[in-house]
Design a binder for this molecule. Structure first.
Ligand code: DX5
Length: 216
């Protein structure tokens, strides 16, 4: 299992320090970009994400909860190991969005709202590096995990087969439910309040990893 702390739950007034605190056990930094249209919330954009690169050594997992991913994706300064993930429900044509993001030289991810049938992403599985299954309605951290995400991940896992597509899950993940999504086939776990809502973030990440790897 890989872990991507979601900086949406971090102290926005001290994002670099928050990122550095979790960096030792983070496989990616998860940034949530919201435009106030695709979701009813506004967060950060390219200037903030780009400014945070200096001093951070782990790849960026940039989740675009925005209507026009093609228009904004090229404003992110990306490395080959970074991922830019757009939503299938966004206004841009998905095949074109995949192509445009791929041309930026980073990995491409596609995400779905809980209401969107998981089969809707199947036509794109040969073209993307990651599929992000939302286990809450996108827009806010600290929401309750939707257990139906487990069955969606299982169906997606079955369809992905041996393609090199990472299955990621995001929303309400904690030590009680992380094993269920990992056992279903999720490989990259996004967690916000389960990490930044704790005083000892490293201990919180260790607890998530241990819970996922439990054999019983
Ligand atoms: C929610 C965001 C998540 C959020 C996760 O819309 O996409 O990344 O930060 O936070 P928790 O883990 O608290 O649900």
């Amino acid at each position: 299992m890989k872990l991507a702390p979601s900086l949406l739950a971090a102290d926005f007034g001290d994002l670099r320090a928050e990122a550095l605190e979790v960096e030792p056990l983070a496989d990616y930094f998860h940034f949530v970009v919201m435009d106030g249209h695709f979701v009813d919330n506004l967060t950060i954009g390219p200037p903030v994400v780009n400014a945070l690169r200096a001093g951070l050594s782990k790849p960026f997992d940039i989740h675009l909860m925005i209507d026009y991913p093609i228009h904004y994706a090229s404003r992110f300064e990306v490395n080959p190991d970074d991922v830019i993930t757009f939503h299938l429900e966004a206004d841009d044509e998905p095949f074109r969005a995949i192509e445009e993001i791929r041309e930026l030289g980073c990995k491409v991810g596609i995400s779905l709202r809980p209401i969107t049938p998981i089969e809707a992403v199947f036509p794109y599985l040969d073209l993307v590096d990651l599929v992000l299954v939302m286990s809450v309605e996108p827009g806010f951290g600290g929401q309750k995990f939707m257990p139906e995400a487990v069955e969606r991940i299982e169906r997606l896992r079955g369809k992905v087969g041996n393609r090199h597509v990472t299955i990621s899950v995001d929303g309400g993940i904690n030590v009680q439910n992380v094993k269920s999504v990992v056992d279903a086939g999720a490989e990259l776990i996004v967690a916000g309040s389960a990490i930044f809502g704790k005083s000892d973030r490293i201990a919180a990440m260790r607890a998530l990893i241990a819970a996922a790897e439990q054999t019983q």
